[in-house]
Design a protein around this ligand. Sequence first.
Ligand code: CA
Length: 446
Amino acid sequence: MTGGEVLGSNQLDETHDPSRRSWIASANVSGADFPIQNLPLGVFRQGGRLGEPRIGVAVGDFILDLRGIAARIEEEIEGASQFLAAPSLIPLMNQEPRVWSAVRKLIFRFLEAGSPSRHVCEPHLVPMRAAEMLMPVRPGGFIDFFASIQHATNAGRLFRPASPLLPNYKYVPIGYNGRTSTIRCSGAEIFRPNGQRKPAGQDQPDFGPSSQLDFEMELGIFLSGHTQIGQPVPIAGAWSHIFGFCLLNDWSARDIQAWEYQPLGPFLGKTFATSISPWIITADALRPFRVPAFARAAGDPTPLPYLFNAADQDAGSVDVKIEVWFRSESMSADSRPSRRIGAASTRELYWTPAQLIAHQTSNGCNIEAGDLYGSGTVSGETEHSLGSFLEITFAGKKPVAICDGVTRTFLEDGDEVTLKGRCRRSGFVSIGFGNCSGVIVPGPSM
Ligand code: CA
């Protein structure tokens, strides 16, 4: 699987054709997250805890239950009755990318307006409102990167105004290994963590609820296809290990983080919770939205050879506009809508997904299907394109006015944070990521 090419953004097929429509009306509404050109994969259940997890595809306001039509798909794709009837996406992720593409094309054909297979699918459509979304996989590994040079600069400036970027930044895709057991699907409550804090001017640390709870607006990347320990993935083959993308909120307790992170990096300030959006937008669906790698400033080093590939430079980044929306408990009580507090594009990330994979495996560390990367906080250059309160409020020094009567430095109990993501390109149907939401609730008492 490592011999694949970096897929060019020009490798489009009928599933990207903007003229195609579905026989499901809600998929054809302008601005819908899940038109027929998207077809993201997720895992859902009905009937509460006793409901069995099933793989589904989002289309309009519905979920197509793939277990229900797996036998029909098996007629054309060998093995489908096994890997599509599973309670997790791992067996599908372990297929070759050509199998993912074949499944996508077949489902597209089934759902397209005028399809003779409509009767096959109709009994297996579930209204989204009647389903509960579950984790699409249980990742075995989670790595949080730091790929936005703007975020790295903004965060660095708070602590090192004279030299915000450390000398390694433009050479090494910085990251750390995170915790997987607390990665939760959108909608899960976020407990305010307790921890050690040592505010400036205080001699000794104390222990208690974080008072600097923050969000981080990130792109999630799901990896696929096992590799062997000791066999790095060359950058040219990296895209064959990208199954798809989601939104990721890397909740962060800044006060706990600030006291604990030196010298080994983030720990309890991060491990209490990570939220992801439940639908995996496949690498195939994102092909029209591939863009050139970030244009490095004059004087920046060329990536070292193992991180450099011409095709990756040409079309190795993705253009996902991510937004963060905020609503406090009082805003909810007054039926006031959420307010957008930041928006930025992943095309501004300094490192491409393929560079992250090539780097992470360069020491011989393997990949397991379902491994998850966070891109790192996605921030842009303007004050409206910041992906964390740390940056928006200058580490709490400048409260931000959200709306009448609501200001924040960091998150308070009852606050709801929602990430939204969308890809747009002239001449193509825009696709959405669905939501990644979480509400802060009081933490465990000690
Ligand atoms: Ca992060």
